[in-house]
Design a protein around this ligand. Sequence first.
Ligand code: ADP
Ligand code: MG
Length: 359
Amino acid sequence: MPHSHLQLDHIRVGYRVPGGWHVVVDDLSMELREGRIGCLLGPSGCGKSTVLRAISGFEPLLAGSIALHGEVVATPRRSLAPEKRRVGVMFQDYALFPHLCVADNVGFGLRRESAAERARRVGELLSLVGLSALARKYPHELSGGQQQRVALARALAPRPELLLLDEPFSSLDADLRERLAGEIRDILKEAGATALLVTHDQAEAFAMADEIGVMEHGRIVQWDSPYQLYHSPASPFVAAFIGAGVLLPGRSIGDGGRVSLELGEAEATQTPPQGGRDGALTVLVRPGDICADGRSPIRARLVHKTFRGPDYVYTLRLPSGSEVLAYMPQEDGHQVGDDIGIRLCGNRLVSFPAAGAQA
Ligand code: ADP
Ligand code: MG
């Protein structure tokens, strides 16, 4: 039975301001088992870095407790020093030491080991991240992605019980970012590491994590697998944050298995939408839910068009003024300003009782 490697129990963390505390993280609980990669995903400023600083021991707790590997390391009264927690951290600005070669950067946290053991461990890590051939290079001679992997090897070298990664890819280009996230996931899995990533980037979270907690204003609003988050978001906030969906007003029809909205009618997802009074719903419409159909009576104005390679992303304005995104094949040839016939493609739609409506 794998241990619970990291356990946050109702933690509250804040910063001192004149006259009191600015509470940033409140009543946040989560658990990560050994060998798992977790992620806290949320918009900038929601408190992600603050959680990591509390776990690594750089911010005190105002309430709750933190346990690492079954041992309580922090409560409001007691806090184990950061260097005793065996937590490795890789920050957004993972600055390597410019005057040290790759091997010496990786060996930096191993100064107390014998020279032979240090060399052995550095060799092992460089091979793990696929950079053995670059051991004697200096940071300025490496690409951004290579520097990132050196930083990862450096963080893993002292065998931390837990690795924390704070927006580790945000300084990289979008395409490199997703590829590297996948590579780093493979490296962490091979090393058997337990890791907690924080990011505001959904693609990065999905590429790396086994389980994700979506954060809103210092709390976790849903903890789930990427699949469940995508297909069964627990609230309109999660729904809008995951994927490029848009929330539109609608209502439930029949005995609740279908929804009706400006774009037409569709099947609802497994939970029959309750709807508020009058069956009012908020319906999530994702780009893949909309197809072009020249014969459809529902028309939308093409207001923006982005080429992605395999297809285009259309921004479409509906008669009500709401805008939705849709993926369209290249050969469609529509121009900005055109009115296009569209319909729902037959995917089941996620919906919630409309805000303010009574169930
Ligand atoms: P995130 O990493 O999700 O972007 P942070 O944890 O960095 O969010 O910050 C959450 C909130 O805490 C923000 O409102 C930020 O302004 C505030 N904050 C962060 N660090 C400090 C600090 N050292 N002193 C005071 N307020 C801070
Ligand atoms: Mg941050």
